[in-house]
Design a binder for this molecule. Structure first.
Ligand code: BGC
Length: 381
């Protein structure tokens, strides 16, 4: 996968894929050596939901990775229900798993049962989403979440040509779930990038929904994003042009594009951002219903999590030097993510912008297989 990222990164440098972050592509292309573990250790993996493509991919990929080197894996999904996830975590602790890897439904709720893990010396690693207010947590593996929002904001800035175009533009924000710590970073990354234009009146938020709390979308659900956008369109955009909607991720972007189809009568193409690169959204990008997505290579995220966990299980203490042997472009960060108790040692991967113009690269590099979706692939090239 390092190879793929290197390819993507070199194209990014040529200007086709835009990355956020200063790291350059890794020079070595070989994946770290895979050695079979002689232990009989068990990893408990708690994922939030199977409703979204990405968590299925993450869960399956992680399970395969751990099993391929001889670990047992108990993988749970909890229907986006924080109470159910806490029960899952409790039962993983009672099974005496050797390590917990958790993508929390709700970053605050997930902390509630982790004292039990601490008492049993079970290391806890947060996957993708930070777990708040617990000192049981040691590591955090994620993408640079602020960078995701920043890339979305910059995309809007460039595509509306805010520094040169005359007049003003109307924009709305659609955020993620308020229990997900990432969602705040996505929002502020995008909002802060555009704040000067909002202040100067170049960008106008007609709905007045200008804070994360006002734009959060329960469970990140497409249906909720659709309903919220429909109300905004009914209330503010029957006679006004809407120019851009910053959607925090692809599931909210899906809801927004559906709302625009059913309720928006303007003749302009509304810029819609996203995040993840879900297949349905990639189709929408080809069809012109979504403008971009921030692509996060989930296999790389899972591969990094795997390496960090493996080092912990082998009795090591992952630190800055691990970055050199990781199979992706990663920054080791100890000063950005404070969970209310302490700064968490974080391994942060780099996100990329994918648009209609560079989306076929995902297929060419083997990241997507569009066997039954050839028409999209062809129309994208
Ligand atoms: C993840 C996104 C995902 C969202 C909804 C966030 O925490 O970082 O990739 O789209 O959750 O599941």
């Amino acid at each position: 996968m390092k190879k793929v990222i290197a390819a993507l990164a070199s194209i990014a440098m040529a200007g086709s894929l835009v990355s956020c972050g200063s790291g350059s592509a890794p020079e070595t292309e070989s994946a770290p050596e895979t050695k079979v573990s002689d232990t009989n250790k068990t990893i408990g993996i708690a994922m939030p939901t199977q409703d979204l493509v990405r968590w299925n991919n993450d869960g399956e990929y992680l399970k395969k990775q751990f099993e391929s080197v001889g670990y047992n894996v108990i993988l749970t999904y909890s229907d986006n229900d924080a109470a159910k996830q806490n029960n899952d975590i409790l039962s993983l602790i009672s099974e005496d798993v050797d390590l917990l890897l958790i993508a929390a439904v709700d970053g605050n709720e997930a902390a509630k049962n982790l004292d039990g893990a601490k008492e049993k010396d079970i290391p806890v690693v947060a996957y993708d989403r930070l777990i708040m207010n617990t000192d049981a947590l040691t590591y955090y593996i994620s993408f640079d979440n602020s960078a995701v929002g920043k890339l979305q904001g910059e995309f809007v800035k460039e595509n509306l040509d805010l520094d040169n175009a005359p007049g003003h533009f109307n924009i709305e924000f659609v955020g993620g779930d308020s229990g997900d710590n990432n969602a705040k970073y996505f929002f502020s990354g995008a909002y802060d990038t555009l704040a000067d234009y909002i202040k100067s009146g170049k960008l106008v938020i007609k709905s007045g929904k200008d804070s994360f709390e006002k734009v959060a979308t329960k469970d990140w659900a497409s249906d909720n994003a659709k309903k919220n956008m429909e109300s905004t369109l009914d209330a503010y955009y029957t006679d006004e042009q809407l120019d851009a909607v910053i959607c925090a991720n692809d599931s909210t972007a899906l809801g927004v594009s559906q709302a625009l189809e059913s309720k928006y009568s303007g003749s302009n193409d509304v810029i819609i951002t996203g995040q993840d690169g879900d297949l349905e959204n990639l189709r929408n990008i080809v069809d012109g219903k979504q403008s971009m997505t921030v692509y996060k290579n989930l296999d790389d995220e899972a591969a990094v999590a795997f390496e960090v966990c493996r080092q912990i299980l082998d009795g090591g203490v992952p630190a800055a030097s691990l970055v050199d042997s990781l199979p992706a472009e990663v920054t080791y960060d100890t000063g950005s993510y404070n969970n209310g108790k302490k700064y968490i040692q974080s391994y942060l991967l780099t996100p990329y912008v994918v648009t209609k113009d560079n989306l076929q690269l995902l297929v060419q590099t083997g990241l997507y297989k569009w066997d039954s979706d050839k028409k999209y692939l062809e129309s994208a090239t």
